[in-house]
Ligand binder design. Sequence first.
Ligand SMILES: [Zn+2]
Ligand SMILES: [Zn+2]
Length: 144
Amino acid sequence: MHDLIREAEALCQRAGMTLTAPRRRVLEILAASDTPMKAYDLISKAGEDGRATKPPTVYRALDFLCQLGLVHRIEQDATFVACNHAGHTQPVALFVCNSCLKATEVAYDDVAQMLESAALTRGFQLQRLVIEGRGQCQDCALAA
Ligand SMILES: [Zn+2]
Ligand SMILES: [Zn+2]
């Protein structure tokens, strides 16, 4: 987890930005969580000394962290998860386990290219692509 914070600091520095205290706290809480979290769960503990903070502070921090690829938003249930390899611009698919709710990241460059060119041939200006799945993770499948 400390590695993730260090990597995040380096990443911010390279991007000419600052990992401010609220941004760092949101990232720390997400990194320490086994499962993706809702924004209001973060709001209730992302303040100083684990107290509640103002919603805009958390939403701004989440926007920032998502933009840098340090945190991913899972659209299907509006939750957030810390990236498991600290910051990347390649798209990832997020698979969420129905049993333990853990999210698994899967790189999907080929599929993204295919869909981007499909959009292009239809004259559709694709701004954002979301690929998500639900199912059962390996651990839960083995435990069943
Ligand atoms: Zn990631
Ligand atoms: Zn599972």
